[in-house]
Design a protein around this ligand. Structure first.
Ligand SMILES: NC(=O)c1ccc[n+]([C@@H]2O[C@H](COP(=O)([O-])OP(=O)(O)OC[C@H]3O[C@@H](n4cnc5c(N)ncnc54)[C@H](O)[C@@H]3O)[C@@H](O)[C@H]2O)c1
Length: 313
């Protein structure tokens, strides 16, 4: 298995900058490229903002931020890279072209992972001469704090590439999860989308404000979601009889309530309502301030969730 020392970060927006900070903090040599000079120029500042949190998370992270190479071209960024983390815009057309360019520039043994949050690898790898090293490594925002990385392979991805990506992310301190088959939106975003769809429906029918919904998640199921998923939650909901009893009691009710879930459409009205309510919250605070507070809160949650052990072994 390839010894990964140098990582190329392609696309340095919100996610690429987060990945760059994370990889640097884990001791990798990082080469970054973005076609937007502004995006590349703001990278060192974004890394500096994330650095105190990374040091809080792991005391072995040095005080001095290691230097990062800001490449003048895609080819320069990929030179000598053992692993590429692509975080360009979420457009299938753009990513297919970008993948073929990265494929032409990178050594065939170099893994090319996309941060895409929904696209199929079979499409991303479709114009590559070496599709076997292409996959999705889907992070969660911010990538330097949320452990999960969903690894998705396409039909042409080789087993060695999946194994290398898994062991690379795990060695770096992430929690990789390999999908059993490729599906758009993968696992976690499909679940988030299902919740968000119903949240939009609740606003559309006037049952709740966006702040009511955020509070319902925050003070209710969100607390459990930090350390257990829906299946374990409902297995415990069945009492001593577990999952089997849960279905005995709730199967009928579940099907009825699924039929009752909404099919919202994002009308101008709904969009304006949601934006106005969100902007009311940000009247007294900036996005940057809230993002920094989110990082501090997430740090506590990540630490607490890492300690949670429901297996008893
Ligand atoms: N924002 C999130 O919460 C989130 C979470 C997980 C995954 N993702 C995924 O990460 C990727 C990046 O999302 P983001 O939120 O950082 O977007 P962003 O708009 O903040 O950043 C995208 C960056 O890509 C650059 N770019 C444009 N064309 C490019 C090209 N041809 N090659 C390389 N870079 C190019 C842009 O200049 C920009 O800096 C997307 O695939 C997105 O789906 C986003």
């Amino acid at each position: 298995m390839k010894d990964i020392k140098t990582v190329a970060v392609v696309g340095t927006g919100t996610i690429g900058a987060g990945w760059a900070a994370f990889f640097l903090s884990r001791g990798y040599c990082v080469r970054a490229y973005d076609p937007s000079p502004q995006s590349l120029a703001s990278l060192r500042g974004s890394i500096a903002k994330a650095w105190p949190i990374l040091r809080e998370l792991d005391t072995s992270v040095p005080e001095l931020i290691p230097d990062i190479l800001l490449a003048g071209s895609l080819a320069e960024a990929l030179e000598g890279a053992d692993f590429v983390q692509e975080s360009g815009p979420e457009s299938e057309e753009l990513k297919i072209k970008l993948f073929s360019e990265m494929d032409a520039a990178a050594d065939p043994s170099t893994i090319i992972a996309s941060s895409s949050s929904s696209l199929l690898v079979s499409r991303l790898q479709s114009a590559c001469a070496h599709p076997e090293r292409c996959l999705v490594g889907h992070p969660f925002n911010p990538p330097y704090l949320v452990p999960l990385v969903e690894i998705v392979a396409g039909p042409l991805t080789a087993p060695w590439a999946i194994e290398t990506a898994e062991s690379f992310y795990r060695a770096a301190g992430k929690q990789p999860l390999i999908l059993a088959k490729e599906i758009t939106g993968y696992i976690a975003n499909r679940l988030q989308n299902a919740v968000f769809k119903e949240a939009m429906h609740l606003v559309q029918v006037g049952a709740a404000t966006i702040h009511d919904i955020d509070a319902a998640v925050r003070y209710g199921p969100g607390l459990r979601w930090a350390f257990m998923g829906p299946f374990l939650t409902y297995a415990l909901g069945g009492g001593q009889g577990g999952m089997k009893r849960y279905f005995e009691i709730f199967a009928e009710e579940l099907e009825t309530s699924w039929k009752d879930l909404g099919e919202p459409t994002i009308t101008d009205d709904l969009r304006d309502t949601v934006i106005a309510q969100a902007e009311a919250f940000f009247k007294q605070r900036t996005i940057q301030d809230v993002a920094e507070r989110r990082d501090l809160a997430l740090l506590d949650v990540v630490r607490a969730a890492a300690k949670a052990d429901l297996t008893g072994g």
